[in-house]
Design a protein around this ligand. Sequence first.
Ligand code: AKG
Ligand code: FE2
Length: 289
Amino acid sequence: MKLSKQFQVLDMVEKQKIDRLRFLCDLTIEQIQREYWGEEPNLSISNHISSITPVGRLFSVLFFNEEVRNIVDNAIKRIISNRFDTAPEELYRCPVYVMRVFLGNDHISEGHRRALLQTEPHFDNAFGLNGVSAWIPFHDVGREDGGLCYFDDESFLGNSIDGKNVLNFEKYYDNYHKYDQDIMTRLMFKSVEKGQCILHSKILHGALKTRKNRYSFNARYVAKRDVMNMANKSERDLYISYNEDFDKARLDHMNRLRLEANRYYDNLKLDQTTKYKQLHYTNEFEVKK
Ligand SMILES: O=C(O)CCC(=O)C(=O)O
Ligand SMILES: [Fe+2]
């Protein structure tokens, strides 16, 4: 299949629903701020979130409310189910299910500030299953607004065909000068309007920088039957709870993040790299050994 076919922009969510998502997103930021940082004036989430996790994973915590889930799931499952040759209700959401905020003027390092991309070129991972990724920005996204990009060649970074990632964000930010020339000549970009969604399969992609704050929802879906055949029980159970017992999954995730946030809080004197390493939680950014 042509690469551009694997990276589609579709109309998906009514604009007023996007406004609602955006509102819930702001509410979430406030909640997280209260929950983790209390009233400490100098420890506000907006001062620290991007140094904790540039991809905003922490925001996944409280954003999992039913309204958000319904808006996102209903919009996406209906459209992608034929890709799995199954009914929408036979799809499972992958535990990588996050609302993300980039703070346009806040950088975790000099490399982050100077690099061409905000999110390094990577392949999404759905715990090893065949997944479809969806990216829903909460505003129009043009070239300067931090949109997703993909590449006309997937091997230029030395990526292996099996989709293992060569770079994670630290490795990219620390060595951006080595990669950006190639990235610049290879990258392809599609604008997305508010209400549209990017859908892609497992292809190499990243995100451009922005000077404004950028809000998005990132989700991926797999076939339930593939989950049921997973050999790894703990990963299978994680999937099942994210789909069948979401409140429990949310609680587990919150507890986990609370521990991590506390550790961060206790260790504020640690150097930057150690800090964000500790809080980074996702399975696709593991660098190939
Ligand atoms: O939001 C981004 O910049 C990155 C999106 C993405 O690639 C992902 O969620 O996997
Ligand atoms: Fe991705």
